[in-house]
Design a protein around this ligand. Structure first.
Ligand code: NAD
Ligand code: PRE
Length: 303
């Protein structure tokens, strides 16, 4: 956002991160001063701490601020906001990009380029703040995927939290193969276990914080692994599992064909239209006043 010309400032509980951010020319205050300035300037407050620390930040929040967050689960944050800061004008957010490293130096100005940035569009959402969050995501080079907290949590259980859990399991299985196995580890093991290098506290916060949805995704994966194991043991064949995975990977790489459309954010059914766009695999790619420019899968490409 700073690179896109926005005036920004921040606060962190880490002296080391504060020092590193100041060294890079950013304005770092203490939390109370940062929030006070947000009130004076009617700025958008972005909570970017691990889920277990969200409560502390919300307790410090002044009345009526514009509020978003980047936390990896949305239902628990929405519940905390409703309980601890019901006065906040809150719209949930989640950029779907990151690294397995933590701290200030792990960030880059282009980290969110071409990434999906979830924006929650629940009934009653403040469209003025939603437009702020859309503007932030677009300024960071991302595109916006509107959805609800519940649908977000179900989706990321499959494409983020399960991969983190599988990476942990895979890393342990490989390591238990002993020194020879690790000496031979190449692309498949490296790619499949990269995120197991993430700080365990962050992985625990997002996976345990999305327990119900993650359980469903784990059951699905175990069912497929069980079927593969059964087939390998009985006939020796893995074709069904491998071919289904290959087709799914190609679908991810190719994506659907997208076509342009616009959404009027002042329309009475704007929130419904936004959610519909997200659930069809569409995205907002531009904002001009209250008109959102969007891309949506062509009818014949819809799942
Ligand atoms: N790392 C990723 O790939 C990724 C991607 C998308 C979203 N997220 C989410 O973003 C959030 C931050 O993750 P991260 O990877 O940047 O973590 P991080 O550990 O690199 O940074 C977290 C920062 O929050 C600060 N902090 C912690 N408690 C605080 C408090 N009470 N008050 C003020 N500051 C506090 C820490 O000092 C640190 O500077 C998490 O909720 C995570 O789920 C992470
Ligand atoms: O690329 C990585 O290192 C990540 O783990 C990023 C990743 C993910 O893809 O699961 C991790 C957590 C998020 O909330 C969003 C993105």
């Amino acid at each position: 956002a700073t690179a896109a010309g926005a005036v920004t400032w921040g606060a962190t509980a880490s002296g080391e991160d504060a020092e590193a951010a100041r060294r890079d020319g950013h304005d770092v205050l203490d939390l109370a001063a940062a929030l006070e300035r947000a009130v004076v300037q009617d700025a958008l407050v972005v909570v970017a701490v691990p889920l277990p620390a969200v409560e502390n930040v919300l307790r410090a929040l002044p009345e009526g601020v514009r509020l978003t967050d980047v936390v990896s689960v949305k239902g628990p944050v929405a519940d905390l906001v409703a309980r601890l800061a019901p006065h906040a004008r809150y719209v949930g957010g989640h950029p779907m990009a990151g690294t397995s490293r933590s701290g200030w130096d792990a960030g880059r100005a282009d980290l969110f380029h071409d990434a999906a940035w979830v924006v929650t569009a629940e009934d009653g959402t403040d469209l003025d703040v939603l437009a702020d969050v859309v503007g932030l995501a677009l300024a960071a080079g991302a595109h916006v995927v509107p959805t609800t907290a519940a649908e977000h949590d179900a989706a990321v259980a499959r494409v983020s939290h399960l991969p983190h859990l599988l990476a942990a399991v895979l890393a342990s299985v490989g390591a238990d193969g002993g020194p020879l196995a690790l000496a031979l580890a190449a692309g498949s093991f490296g790619d499949g276990t990269r995120v197991a290098g993430s700080r365990p506290e962050l992985v625990l916060a997002m996976c345990q914080g999305n327990r119900a949805a993650l359980l469903g995704a784990v059951d699905d994966a175990l069912g497929r692994l069980g079927a593969a194991r059964g087939s390998l043991a009985s006939t020796g064949g893995l074709a069904k599992t491998v071919e289904a995975g290959h087709a799914a990977r190609l679908a991810l790489e190719n994506g659907p064909e997208l076509t342009g459309t616009t959404l009027d954010l002042t329309s009475p059914d704007a929130l419904e239209a936004l959610r519909d766009l997200g659930s069809r695999g569409g995205r907002v790619v531009g904002l001009n006043g209250s008109t959102a420019r969007a891309l949506t899968p062509r009818a014949h490409d819809r799942p």
